[in-house]
Design a protein around this ligand. Structure first.
Ligand code: FES
Ligand code: FE
Length: 434
């Protein structure tokens, strides 16, 4: 079926069959060949700061328990009992040294080891070897405070998968001494959209802003609603499908460096980040991108004409696949840990109004993706309709004065990053064909 996949994409010419969105067979391949193979971002360290803390998350469509045990060790295990499959943890978050299965009472340590079986001698006899019945364990790794998990024992190290995206994660998540922290709990909601539409949008689609987010453009809330903004931006395609777009303000806006960022945070940025990082970060109004496969991010400083009092925040959003035509969105808001309280509150409010579940920008987007998923489901659409990925296709990579790594394209109106995602998708689906 590698050939079948190959026939759906013409990445050189920039065409992709709409069948890639909602085909159930392809969806199952994604679960097996992408989500079960690569490192998947699932949480932020600040969500489980203390020993015993845990949250429930998803690697692909599998529910996992992400927990912190002795010595700060992070564990990721499948939330399904080895006896008969009952979830052993039924609360979304909490603090517990153990998980006791509600069905027959098997008890597991946070790292998945089975340590208790009710009446085990009478029930199973002396030969019952508990060490063989641990919960299914995933590998866990962190970068810049983000927690990743994978069930693939032979996946290369996380840092290799992230490649030059690491530089940008350092800039957005590790630019202060204490790093970023999640405010509250993630907002969650279900959208009848395929998960890939979220990733495809966030990694590179600055072009939809003036149309989809027309109302925000009219209110001057969206920097890239001013078409000039997109010209002061770059697309950066990183290794393994990772990518991001970074937009600065046009010079005539005459914004000071680190516009609106609290002074104590600016001081820390100057101490912690490299000069290249600082050069990039100080001029940025808006960063959007995707950590492959399904964690998107937006760093928004709202440094617009209208944004006299900008509330900047970082949002992370995971597009959890719930079948070919549905996803659950997990949406976090993060701020600098050492930021003053008024700033954190401003950031949170700004997030709620913009990219929270009821935020005006969020609702605009998911409406589109839901409709696309519906419109491309049919036999005719999936056999005759090809998506056009030709924006900027003749543009060569060009570093310009951009100080960061990755393959750089000038201008944020481009489909370079989207093609980069599809290249990785194609690679994983054809390579992991065993
Ligand atoms: Fe968990 Fe039986 S299903 S103890
Ligand atoms: Fe959008």
């Amino acid at each position: 079926d590698g050939t079948k996949i190959r026939e759906l994409l013409d990445l050189e010419e920039g065409y992709i069959s709409s069948r890639v969105i909602g085909d159930p067979e392809i969806h199952q391949m994604e679960i097996e060949r992408i989500f079960s193979k690569v490192w998947v971002p699932i949480a932020h360290e600040s969500e489980i700061p203390n020993k015993g803390d845990y949250v429930l998350r998803y690697i692909g469509n599998e529910e996992v328990i992400v927990s912190r045990s002795e010595g700060g060790v992070i564990n990721v295990v499948l939330n399904a009992c080895t006896h008969r499959g009952s979830p052993v943890c039924r609360s979304e978050m909490g603090n517990s040294s153990h998980f006791r299965c509600p069905y027959h009472g098997f008890t597991f340590k946070q790292n998945g080891d089975l340590i208790g079986v009710p009446a085990y001698k009478e029930a199973f006899g002396d030969a019952f070897d508990k060490t063989q019945y641990s919960l299914v364990k995933a590998r866990a790794a962190t970068y810049a405070g983000l927690i990743f998990g994978t069930f693939n024992d032979s996946a290369p190290p996380l840092e290799e998968q992230l490649g030059s995206l690491k530089w940008y994660l350092d800039m957005m998540l590790s630019h202060t001494h204490g790093g970023m922290e999640v405010i509250g709990v993630p907002q969650r909601w279900t959208v009848k959209s395929n998960w890939k539409l979220g990733a495809d949008n966030f990694v590179g689609d600055a072009y939809h802003t003036f149309m989809t987010h027309q109302s925000a453009v009219q209110l001057k809330l969206v920097p890239s609603g001013d078409p000039k903004f997109a010209f002061y931006g770059v697309h950066v395609s990183c290794e393994n499908g990772n990518g991001l777009g970074l937009i600065g303000a046009p010079p005539e806006y005459e914004l000071p460096p680190f516009y609106g960022v609290p002074q104590n945070i600016v001081e820390q940025i100057e101490q912690k980040l490299t000069p290249e990082h600082q050069k990039a970060f100080s001029r940025l109004a808006y960063i959007h991108g995707n950590i492959y496969p399904n964690m998107s991010f937006g760093y928004f400083s709202w440094a617009t004409e209208a944004g006299k009092n900008p509330g900047s925040y970082l949002t992370l959003r995971q597009w959890v696949p719930k079948g070919p035509h549905e996803m659950e969105v997990f949406s976090w808001v993060l701020v600098e840990k050492e930021a003053p309280d008024w700033w954190k509150e401003l950031a949170r409010e700004t997030y709620v109004r913009t990219f929270g579940s009821s935020g005006m920008l969020e609702q605009d987007d998911t409406e589109m993706w839901k409709n696309i998923t519906r419109a491309t489901k049919g036999y005719i659409a999936s056999s005759k309709l090809k998506f056009i990925y030709r924006m900027g296709i003749d543009r060569k990579p060009e570093q310009g004065d951009w100080p960061g790594p990755g393959t750089v394209y000038q201008g944020d109106y481009s489909e370079a990053n989207q093609l980069n995602i599809w290249r990785q998708w194609h690679k994983l689906l054809t390579e992991n064909n065993e």
